[in-house]
Design a protein around this ligand. Structure first.
Ligand code: NCD
Length: 306
C-alpha cells in the first residue's frame, strides 16, 4: 500500500507528475469535481491545525468525496489509551485514505505500517511535513519556473521546523541549489540534516544569525515561526520568538524577483506591510497546497485501486 510519510518516498518524476496534475486542476477544476465520488478521507489530527486539516478537507470535497475525522486527540479513542496501530486498523475499515497529524516523530509511519489504506503524513512532531512541501514546490514552480540553480534562505526555527526539514530534503535532489540557514544558535538546523542531506548531496550552505546580511543574495526566503509547542521552557521561547521580523524596509535590499514564503501560521515573523509586496507568496502557497493535496489524493487512491 503506497503512502506518503516522507517527501523522499516520491521520486522527482512523481513530484513532477503531481505538479502537472495540480496545474491541470487549476485550469480545469470541473473535470475533477466528481473524481472521488463515493470515497472517504479520514483526517486524524492528534495535534492542532487549521490550514492543513481544512486544506485536506477542501481538497477531498472539491474532488466530490467525503470527509470524516477528528481534530484533537482528546476527542479520539487515544484519550482512552488506544494504540496508534489499532486506530489505524480501525479507521481503515471506514475510510479509503487517511491524513494524519501527530505530535510524535514517526507516528505516521506506525500508522502506515498498520493501516490497509494509504496514509498521508500531515506532520509528525518536529520531523517532517511532506504535504507542506508539495505546496512549497508548486509555489516555487509557479513563481520561478524551475527547481534548480536557486539560492534558498531558511529563516527562524530551523531546529523544530518540520516544513524546513522536508523542503530541504526535496530540494537536495536538484542541481545548483545553494542554502542559507538563518537562525539563532539555539535553533540551528539539526546536524543529521546537515550531514545526511546537505553534505551528502554536495549542497553548499552557510549558517548565519543575521537576516539582513542574507537577504540580497536570495531567490527564495522561507520564513518560519518559532515552534512554541516544541520548547521545553517558556522563557527560551519568549527570548527567541521575535528574533527575526521581515518588514518592508528589510526587503529594500532584496532581489526584485525574490519569492517570500511561509508555511503559516505567521506570528510576528513577517510584518503585515510585506503582504502587499508582489514578492509575498505565502497566501498563494496556501491555495497551491489545496491543489497539490487534490493531486496527491488522486494519485494514492489510483495506486491503491491497482
Ligand atoms: C506548519 C506546521 O504545522 O508544521 N504549518 C502548516 O502545516 N502550514 C508550520 C507551523 O506550524 O509553524
Amino acid at each position: 500500500m503506497r503512502s506518503l510519510i516522507d517527501i523522499l518516498d516520491f521520486t522527482v518524476e512523481e513530484l513532477d507528475a503531481l505538479i502537472r496534475t495540480a496545474c491541470d486542476i487549476i485550469d480545469n477544476p470541473t473535470a475533477y469535481a466528481e473524481r472521488c465520488r463515493g470515497k472517504k478521507l479520514a483526517t486524524l489530527f492528534f495535534e492542532p491545525s487549521t490550514r492543513t486539516r481544512l486544506s485536506f478537507e477542501a481538497a477531498m470535497l472539491e474532488l466530490g468525496g467525503n470527509v470524516i475525522g477528528f481534530s484533537e486527540a482528546s476527542s479520539s479513542s487515544a484519550a482512552k489509551g488506544e494504540s496508534l496501530a489499532d486506530t489505524a486498523r480501525v479507521i481503515s475499515c471506514y475510510a479509503d485514505i487517511i491524513a494524519m497529524r501527530h505530535p510524535k516523530e514517526g507516528a505516521a509511519l506506525v500508522a502506515a505500517n498498520n493501516a490497509t489504506v494509504p496514509v498521508i503524513n500531515a506532520g509528525d512532531g518536529g520531523h517532517c511535513h511532506p504535504t507542506q512541501t508539495l505546496a512549497d514546490l508548486l509555489t516555487i514552480y509557479r513563481e520561478k519556473g524551475r527547481f534548480d540553480n536557486l539560492t534558498v534562505g531558511f529563516c527562524g526555527d530551523l531546529k523544530f521546523g518540520r516544513t524546513v526539514h522536508s523542503l530541504i530534503n526535496a530540494l537536495s535532489r536538484y542541481a545548483g541549489i545553494r542554502v542559507v540557514l538563518i537562525s539563532p544558535e539555539e535553533l540551528k538546523l539539526p546536524s543529521y540534516i546537515k550531514k545526511d542531506v546537505l553534505a551528502k548531496a554536495g549542497i553548499p550552505y552557510t549558517q548565519l544569525t543575521d537576516l539582513e546580511e542574507a537577504i540580497p543574495q536570495l531567490d527564495i526566503l522561507y520564513m518560519t515561526r518559532v515552534q512554541r509547542e516544541r520548547f521545553f521552557n517558556e522563557e527560551d521561547y519568549l527570548r527567541l520568538k521575535d528574533r527575526y521580523i521581515l518588514d518592508a524596509k528589510k526587503l529594500e535590499t532584496a532581489k526584485p524577483d525574490l519569492c517570500v514564503m511561509h508555511p503559516l501560521p505567521r506570528v510576528n515573523e513577517i510584518s503585515v506591510d510585506v503582504d502587499k509586496d508582489a514578492r509575498a507568496c505565502y497566501f498563494k502557497q496556501v491555495l497551491y497546497g489545496k491543489y497539490m493535496r487534490m493531486a496527491l489524493i488522486l494519485k494514492l487512491l489510483e495506486e491503491a485501486a491497482q
